[in-house]
Design a protein around this ligand. Structure first.
Ligand SMILES: NC(=O)c1ccc[n+]([C@@H]2O[C@H](COP(=O)([O-])OP(=O)(O)OC[C@H]3O[C@@H](n4cnc5c(N)ncnc54)[C@H](OP(=O)(O)O)[C@@H]3O)[C@@H](O)[C@H]2O)c1
Length: 289
């Protein structure tokens, strides 16, 4: 080593984003263009040899790879656990081996959804869906295997592109006079760009608690969220009509209440995410640019 070659400890950490082709991964790469972007074709997180070959000492790995097909998971259990438990376990072990850090994403669906106040990081979990069970198994693997890992639970993530909820509402606004949207599930709509910025702040805070919740502030039902999307593009929000979940039976019955408390995030002095309606306004403005 020469005076001009900084030690690994002094060098800025290399960011590695796995699952970089997904909605959150893409936002992270947009905000941190120097990060190493690994889509599924570049790195399958369930492949131990491939993962070990990629992760270097001092890296900070942001794992956005996951099996996210919530309904399909009910019958595709093995694939859900492979993506959401085996993959994170492989990443955690590889990070621990070379003293890299891991920031891993999890979900509100680790909770049963029977509360009527925001779930804290200290509350007992109790997933009812295969997806939630597989994500909880992934949390345990990460926290057990990687001493320097953080698990960040989030919820109701959107960009407004592809086929997410906001994109779907924008399409239905163009195609239909009225739209029925469920009004009996409460959560916190979360703009992927805000979540990505929050995760990048966490990169600089290795001292933060290992288990955190990060969503935009406030809460809404899907119906309220849909009305806000309509209003946000100048459409009449009254065209969105409330219904209950029984109108849309799905293989995976979503928890009724999945608002996450930000206490641990705030107590750590991390920047609170802004209210979801403000974030949605920015997201819609960006889409129309
Ligand atoms: N979206 C939400 O509302 C939400 C809510 C709560 C928590 N989360 C969590 O937030 C994180 C990011 O979610 P997201 O919305 O960005 O999901 P996403 O858009 O579905 O992206 C996930 C990405 O992971 C890839 N992937 C799946 N299995 C993989 C494997 N074995 N190796 C490498 N890549 C793999 C997927 O590739 P393919 O498309 O080819 O399968 C996809 O590109 C996940 O941990 C998710 O559980 C999301």
């Amino acid at each position: 080593m020469t005076a001009s070659t900084p030690s690994a400890a002094a060098r800025p950490a290399r960011l590695v984003v796995t699952g970089a082709g997904g909605q959150l991964g893409q936002e992270l790469i947009r905000l941190a263009p120097d990060a190493s972007a690994l889509g599924r074709r570049d790195l399958d997180i369930t492949d131990p040899a491939a993962v070990r070959a990629v992760i270097e000492p001092g890296d900070v790995v942001l794992n956005c790879a996951a099996y996210t097909a919530v309904d399909r998971a009910e019958t595709d259990t093995a694939a859900a656990f492979a993506g959401n438990e085996t993959g994170p376990a492989v990443l955690a072990a590889a990070c621990a081996r070379v003293d890299a850090r891991l920031i891993h994403l999890s979900t509100d669906y680790v909770f049963p959804g029977t509360e009527d106040r925001p779930y804290d990081t200290t509350d007992p979990t109790g997933p009812t869906l295969v997806y939630g069970k597989s994500k909880l198994a992934g949390e345990h693997a990460v926290l057990t295997l990687a001493p320097r890992a953080h698990v960040v639970r989030t919820a109701w993530v959107y960009t407004g592109r592809g086929s997410d909820f906001v994109a779907t509402m924008l399409r239905l606004e163009r195609e239909r006079d009225t739209v029925d949207v469920v009004d009996d599930q409460l959560g916190a709509p979360t703009y992927a760009a805000d979540l990505a910025a929050a995760l990048l702040e966490l990169v600089g805070r290795p001292d933060a608690p290992r288990l955190l919740h990060a969503t935009n502030a406030g809460q809404a039902t899907w119906f309220e969220f849909a009305r806000a999307v309509f209003s946000g593009v100048g459409a009449d929000p009254e065209r969105v009509l409330p219904c209950d979940s029984s109108a849309f039976p799905r293989p995976a019955r979503r928890p009724a209440y999945s608002v996450l408390s930000h206490r641990a995030w705030d107590d750590a002095g991390l920047t609170p995410l802004r209210p979801w309606r403000v974030a949605l306004g920015d997201a819609l403005a960006r889409l129309s640019d």
